[in-house]
Design a protein around this ligand. Structure first.
Ligand code: NDP
Length: 397
């Protein structure tokens, strides 16, 4: 029977997922791209047909509404839903999948629109319902979370008897030429970056002020960059799944220019998530700011430079201390020439496609809700090399 795939969300990441699924049409079969604004889906479908000669279907949906999603699922009859809308829609899409018996995949964990906090609790709570429905819910199949989790699982499987520390290192050295813009959804990005930092050590979470800890890391093919400690969602599942772990931290690079703009916006209240009244209208400052900033999907054709995301792990093998660095370097212009999106969307969309492919091809099987590192990393790591995200390992004794 012909497989059917439904992608929800027609932003920068949705564009890459749609392109890459079309490039792997044998696994994905009939592809439908649905989003709130159907014209964005149609534009992506047009580009795919022009570039690849493959037709995909489009639909409009408000993914905040479970009933509307169920109606769409009845019509499309997907084998899997790839959720690359916003983290606010995770629970409604998961609930519609449970109701309709459809496999589910996302790249970012649930966030309540009114609370700047993200955690897996409510998604993990749906594990029994996914089991009863006989479906898989794959959480966090982007780059970070996603590939970084699998780098850790791969290190654990092949390089260590016990991993002691992990530092996840995320460097985007791209330049889009604008004074200020975010590389993915501005609201999600700025909420994440302006929040308190947090890392895990000896069984406890330690909270830091935003950007309080800075360390210079040397990124292969890029160079030394200031990197700031942030809380990032993959740490919540990795502390459960990597045995013997004593410490895990996450660092991301920011230029002084980005940080100055962000502090300034924060100081004048533009990052606020509470409603304010302006000239008789109710607005949420960070959502208003989003309308002023460049659309991340439009950055692709002007972004130059590279990204380097990886993990630096230390631990013990055969009684000897060792450390390894597993990383992936992408080039913004090369990504754009392939799928018309810059590297941040590319490095998220390709792993989303790969996770879905491994489920549809029945290489990853199971019932319930899983974080990606619970699956065998090997087939995923092989696909990364085949699908445009080749990775490297440096071993240091
Ligand atoms: P964009 O804002 O570019 O795109 C989001 C899309 O979702 C838009 O097309 C938007 O529609 C659509 N959407 C929003 N709300 C709804 C709704 N209620 N119903 C239907 N569609 C809706 O975001 P990105 O493409 O940059 O990011 C997509 C996801 O990827 C996010 O969840 C983000 O957190 C995640 N991400 C994960 C990363 C990882 O490595 N794991 C890295 C980067 C991003 P409209 O156009 O009408 O607004």
């Amino acid at each position: 029977m012909l497989r059917k795939t439904l992608i929800i969300g027609a932003g920068g990441v949705g564009n890459v997922v749609a392109f890459k699924c079309a490039m792997n049409i044998k696994s994905f079969g009939e592809i439908t791209l649905a989003s709130r604004t159907i014209s964005k889906c149609d534009k992506i479908a047009y580009n795919i047909e022009q570039k690849l000669g493959i037709k995909i279907k489009t639909a409009s949906v408000n993914a905040d509404l479970v009933d509307e999603l169920i109606k769409l699922f009845k019509r499309v009859k997907p084998d899997i839903v790839i959720n690359v809308a916003l983290p606010y829609q995770d629970l409604t899409i998961m609930d519609a999948c449970i109701e309709s018996g459809v496999n589910y995949l996302d790249t970012a964990n649930y966030e309540h629109p009114d609370i700047a906090k993200f955690e897996y609790k409510e998604q993990w709570a749906r594990d029994d319902a996914f089991k009863k429905a006989g479906i898989i819910g794959l959480l966090g199949s982007g780059f970070d979370p996603g590939v970084t989790n699998l780098f850790c699982a791969y290190a654990q499987k092949h390089y260590f008897d016990e991993i002691e520390t992990i530092d996840i290192l995320d460097c985007n050295d791209g330049d889009h030429g604008y004074p200020f813009a975010t590389n993915f959804n501005p609201e999600i990005n700025l909420r994440e970056v302006s929040a308190n930092g947090r890392y895990w050590e000896n069984g406890k979470w330690i909270e830091t002020k935003p950007m309080e800890i800075m360390q210079v890391w040397d990124y292969p093919e890029i160079g030394e960059r200031d990197s700031y400690l942030l809380y990032h969602e993959e740490m919540e599942s990795l502390v459960k799944h990597i045995k013997g772990l004593k410490r895990i931290r996450f660092f991301m690079t920011f230029s002084q220019n980005y940080l100055t703009h962000m502090r300034c916006l924060e100081n004048v209240g533009m990052l606020g998530i509470d409603e304010i009244e302006y000239n008789g209208c109710k607005i949420i400052p960070i959502q208003f700011l989003k309308t002023l900033l460049p659309d991340p999907a439009s950055l692709g054709e002007r972004t130059k430079g590279k990204t380097n995301i990886g993990i630096y792990a230390t631990g013990i093998k055969d009684g000897v201390k060792k450390s390894i660095y597993i990383y992936q370097v992408s080039d913004h212009e090369k990504c754009y020439s392939e799928v018309m999106s810059q590297a941040v969307s590319y490095t998220t969309g390709v792993p989303a496609m790969i996770g879905a492919k491994l489920i549809l091809d029945k290489i990853w099987q199971g019932r319930g809700v899983f974080n990606i590192e619970e699956f065998d990393p090997d087939p995923f790591m092989e696909e990364l090399n085949r699908q445009g995200l080749p990775w490297k390992i440096k071993e240091m004794d």
